[in-house]
Design a protein around this ligand. Structure first.
Ligand SMILES: Cc1cc2ncn([C@H]3O[C@H](COP(=O)(O)O)[C@@H](O)[C@H]3O)c2cc1C
Ligand SMILES: O=C(O)c1cccnc1
Length: 347
């Protein structure tokens, strides 16, 4: 059974007018803060206030392994790197640790389904569904029960974070082979041919990309999922399913959701197919270099904040773009108005 989320569209004409007026009367030409103005308005609308704040901003990084990655035909790095990177996260050595520390973002690491036992390891959230997914070259990646359990666990972890006072959340992932899962989901939801959804991931060269395209085209043809949940069950990873549930719950709780790169956006495509209103709660951090991410944005009709040519995942796009979102909230709350500063307007 697929769990239910109630996600309300954001619609409040009178608050929108108040926020727009507050933005327009700041000491600057109308519209001069560009996208910062859009972000400030959106966060005000999400939080239903003209004085929004970013509280206990958190990035949840979900790690999971992918059955197909064991064969190392679609991924450059071996599957063991997923578990090794989880230890690196816990030792605060990864890129996401550095950027979260820099911007004072809380970071939590979740074992969604890594092919390694972390049972006696502290500092990690244990939510393992299984030791990696099945290889979708042979059968669906998960059972329906595993997929709904993963969605539920992702949702529960967001609820826990919310209950501790967090109102702004980003998602990250670690899972060798997960650009393949993301490409399959992308093709399913956008209807863009699978070959156009496949890219280099961690750095495959042109001939290796051709092999990845061929393999994933065969996988795509083998299965015929008939619902968003079935597509996630068939192609997904446990980390992607948890992120899907996490995004849906965060929107239900009226949190601001910051979307990362290619893989997190593939989880959003699933969430969006289930509940279109989820987009009202999302801010898009960056454009990944992974070929296909740009086309995901075209499909969703959304524009990300930055493009630094990054292609890492882990939630690093969220962490790096975060100060821009802080600037948006800061100008809305603390910048002087024409009236308060005694500056002449254009009337
Ligand atoms: C050392 C290392 C650190 C990473 N951190 C994120 N990823 C990223 O690369 C993986 C997806 O690419 P593919 O589908 O080509 O395997 C994911 O784990 C993603 O988070 C990493 C990859 C590596 C090798
Ligand atoms: O954009 C991403 O999330 C991404 C791209 C390449 C490899 N890993 C992650």
């Amino acid at each position: 059974m697929h769990m239910e989320f109630t996600i309300k569209p954001i619609f409040n004409n009178s608050l929108e007018a108040i926020l727009q007026n507050k933005i327009n009367t700041k000491t600057k030409p109308i519209g001069a803060l560009g996208v910062l103005e859009t972000v400030a308005l959106q966060i005000g609308m999400i939080q239903n206030t003209d004085q929004p704040s970013l509280n206990q901003s958190t990035i949840l990084v979900f790690a999971g392994d992918h059955g197909i990655a064991q064969k190392r035909e679609v991924n450059l790095y071996p599957q063991e790197v997923t578990a090794q990177m989880v230890y690196n996260f816990m030792n605060e050595g990864a890129a996401i640790n550095v950027f979260c520390k820099q911007h004072q973002i809380a970071l939590k690491i979740v074992d969604a389904g890594v092919n390694h036992d972390f049972e006696n390891t502290s500092g990690i959230i244990h939510a393992k569904i299984d030791y990696g997914t099945q290889n979708y070259q042979e059968k669906p990646a998960m059972t329906t029960e595993q997929c709904t359990e993963a969605i539920q666990k992702g949702a529960d972890l967001v609820t826990e974070t919310f209950n501790k006072g967090c109102n702004t959340i980003g998602f990250g992932e670690m899972g060798i082979g997960n650009t393949s899962a993301a490409s399959l989901l992308m093709s399913y939801f956008t209807k863009i041919p699978i070959a156009e959804c496949v890219g280099s991931g961690t750095g495959l060269d042109t001939s290796a990309i051709k092999i990845k395209q061929k393999i994933l085209s065969e996988v795509f043809q083998k299965h015929n999922p008939s619902s968003p949940l079935e597509a996630l069950t068939t192609f997904g990873g446990f980390e992607i399913a948890m992120i899907t549930g996490g995004i849906l719950k965060a929107a239900e709780l009226k949190m601001t959701v910051i979307i990362d790169g290619f893989i997190v956006t593939s989880a959003l495509l699933v969430a969006h197919a289930m509940h279109q209103n989820v987009l009202d709660y999302c801010i898009f951090a960056h454009t990944s270099e992974e070929q296909g991410h740009q086309k995901m944005y075209e499909f969703l009709d959304k524009k990300p904040l930055i493009n630094l040519g990054m292609r890492l995942g882990e939630g690093t796009g969220v962490a790096v773009a975060y100060p821009i979102i802080e600037s948006a909230v800061a100008f809305l709350n603390t910048m002087a108005s024409f009236e308060s500063a005694g500056v002449s307007g254009n009337d």
